[in-house]
Design a protein around this ligand. Structure first.
Ligand code: NAD
Length: 311
């Protein structure tokens, strides 16, 4: 399969590297010139539980340099960069190109629908983890799963092909008719833990210091899942609450990407997580005061870090 990956940071590089290793024709598309230059010179360094190696049979280009129309375009920018990134690859989206988003947050399908018809959009969530260790070097330890569906819910042959291609690359995947349940459950998890850690400037396990931490996180989960239900989505509240409790105990020292972005002075995905929940809550008349307060606090924190005040 000809696969282009738009946004080849941590996740895009992991997926691209593993897919190239199984013989797919992979092109990484990114605007991080240092990352592209290292990959072009030395290959992509891929460090996973199966070893530390360099993958050389892939291309790494700026979006404007790409010319080959892919069968599948996987979008792995952060959500706030999706529209600009897609606009720069319009020339690559052919009449049979499918576009897959496994990004976190809400609103990703709407962004993709600006360049490709609904029937060629695949949407899903992934629990595979990845970190960019440096230019040209991605690290991923542990395992995850991908759950996906077509955006319009119609089962098409390409869905099964993509599930097989990803699974063959070691990225365990499954088609899931209730993909929107999976999307909202992950949004609830992220809306609770990412902003709390970001506002505290502490890793996930710090939320267990006093009982107020888990209590606040679980209140946010309840708010987000109430909005999901009001939107007609079937969600498993017990599973999400258990995952949140488990993360607070088990994810020792882990700084969520939202906190990492703030620490690096980058914008965060707050608008597509808590922000999008607040918008949907207003539409359905659901009250989400804790989710909204955290959104406001993260906006404030983000404003300080991306525009530091002079003393
Ligand atoms: P990342 O910041 O490491 O990678 C994003 C990449 O997009 C960067 O390399 C950046 O240069 C590139 N980019 C930005 N604008 C671009 C443009 N206009 N054109 C091309 N490339 C552009 O982010 P990530 O951690 O890989 O996360 C990607 C998505 O996956 C996010 O929605 C995130 O929430 C989600 N996710 C991440 C993980 C994880 O463990 N990292 C796990 C599950 C889901």
């Amino acid at each position: 399969m000809k696969i282009a990956i738009l946004g080849a940071g941590a996740m895009g590089s992991l997926f691209g590297g593993l897919l190239a290793e199984t013989g797919e024709q992979v092109t990484l598309l990114d605007i991080n010139d240092a990352h592209l230059a290292v990959i072009a010179a030395h290959g992509l360094r891929l460090e996973t539980d199966t070893g530390d190696r360099h993958v050389r049979n892939l291309q790494a280009l700026r979006p404007s340099q790409a010319t080959q129309v892919p069968d599948l375009l996987i979008v792995f920018t952060k959500s706030m960069h999706t529209r600009a990134a897609l606009a720069s690859v319009r020339q690559l989206i052919g009449p049979s190109t499918y576009v897959l988003t496994l990004q976190n947050g809400l609103g990703n399908v709407e962004a993709l629908a600006s360049v490709v018809p609904q029937e060629r959009i695949l949407v899903g969530v992934t629990t595979w983890p990845a970190d960019l260790a440096g230019p040209g070097h991605v690290r991923s330890h542990g395992a995850g799963v991908i759950r996906m569906m077509t955006a319009d819910g119609v089962d098409r042959p390409m869905l099964e092909r993509v599930v097989c291609v990803l699974s063959d690359a070691g990225l365990r995947s499954q088609a899931d008719a209730n993909v929107w349940g999976a999307v909202w459950e992950k949004v609830a998890f992220n809306a609770a833990l990412n902003p709390l850690c970001t506002v505290l400037n502490r890793p996930v396990d710090a939320l267990g210091a006093v009982e107020d931490g888990p209590a606040l996180a679980l209140t946010i989960v309840e708010e987000v899942l109430a909005v999901a239900r009001a939107s007609g989505v079937n969600v498993d509240a017990i599973k999400v609450s258990e995952n949140v409790r488990h993360a607070i105990v088990a994810h020792r020292g882990h700084k969520p990407s939202m906190l990492q972005d703030v620490l690096a002075g980058r914008p965060t995905e707050i608008e597509s997580i808590n922000g999008a929940v607040v918008v949907a809550a207003r539409r359905h008349g659901v009250r989400v005061p804790h989710t909204e307060t955290l959104m406001q606090l993260v906006r404030l924190v983000q404003a300080q870090s991306t525009h530091p005040q002079t003393p």
